[in-house]
Design a binder for this molecule. Sequence first.
Ligand SMILES: [Fe+2]
Ligand SMILES: [Fe+2]
Length: 470
Amino acid sequence: MVNNRMSIDDLIEIVTEGGKVKTGVDVFNSHGVLLLDKGVVVDRVKTLQIIKDNGIQTVPLSSSKDSGVWDKSGNPLNPVSDGFGETEETAEEPHLKTPSAGEIEKKLYEIEELKKIAKVKYDEAKTSIRKVLGDIRKTGGEFDYDEVSRNVGDMVEFLTVNENPFSYLTKEIFTYDDYLYNHSVNVCTIGTAILHRFNAHFSKAFNDFLDSGSRAAKNPYEEEPEENEDSFVFFQKEEMRDISLGFFLHDVGKVMVSEDILNKNGALTTAEFDEVKKHAFEHGIRVLEKNRIKNNVLYNIVKYHHAPLFKGEDRCYPGEKNAGEIPVYVKICKLADMYDAMTSKRCYKEAFNPINVVTELFRKYARKNRIMQFLLHSFVKSIGIYPPGSIVFMRNGQMAYILESTGPLVLPFTDGDQAPLSAKPDPLDISDSGNREQVQIDHRRSVQTPAEVYDMLPSYIKDVVSRSAD
Ligand SMILES: [Fe+2]
Ligand SMILES: [Fe+2]
């Protein structure tokens, strides 16, 4: 919760005199570029000057004990009690109107209906990749390119008209093949959503940013830019279809890697890791060549989707291109790939909660270069961390159904011991500052689908889910 703001001028004065500040919240400019990470202690005037040069007059200070302002002797300067700087009340954060019982029912029904249609599309796409990989196994490399291209086109059409395709990303897997099918569809879904968001909202801002004087206002943490910043990034419709197809087929070379290695429960030996690497630049490329596919976009995605996004990034391959030469759509594929892999349960690891995964991706990449900052923001905007219809755990142990990503607005349906509630509870707006700590989402636990917890759902949710599944 953010309680106070301080003027940049006051902070500059404090830091000039040897003091320090830690906001406890991330500070972004109007283009969505991260200027200051919430965990950083600022002791350089230059950092604050850059924020000011980006047109920001005041910065928020989190009310948590992790934030604060200190003088040169390390004494806390509380902006409220000491009257330091400008302390405005944060603008009233918009709280969601609590829906009536009828509205809740309608919302539940709409969510489950959309999920039903999405599931059909998802299953069609899964059948398509199952056929592609099966054909490759049978023939030693050949598959029906035109057919898969048509199928992915249909799916992309659906993704472009539906705002939130993430409600139906499935994490239910039983075998490695299941994982690979789901992963291919998930990466295509996530990647396509990022691509559309980037094209619609970010590419112009990104290009303006590169063209404007903000070039001078560099992110203080940015390393020497590796990307070719002069290129205008915007994708045409046909190119976007090719890119989505590339996302779908990015791991096509994995059918030629031994399952024992792919499923190994434990660290890979160097020789085993070398085998895994081949799925991209050797097996994957061979499949494309064998099918006489002449499409650079596909080659780039298949070959480079594990390439480093900054100099010296670990466990990446092949490394012959530097990050600046990797096309933006390949970077999107890599983000979608990492997100799906990290939020999936595998035989050798638990699924990580999406919010922790996104935080991790921000920590790893956002400071490295501007295009990654833009992509990560497109990513967060498009995935809506907790999609409507998913199930989360609260810190007090209760389970809740997400009614709206904004807030989020949740409908708890168990008590703290995960026993069904006897009475129908009111929905809860998580962003409401009146809520206690325990009724926040537990980010350490993974998100589940209603199918996974169907038996625990109360009848008023279960009815809608099953009615919609008919
Ligand atoms: Fe891969
Ligand atoms: Fe992958």
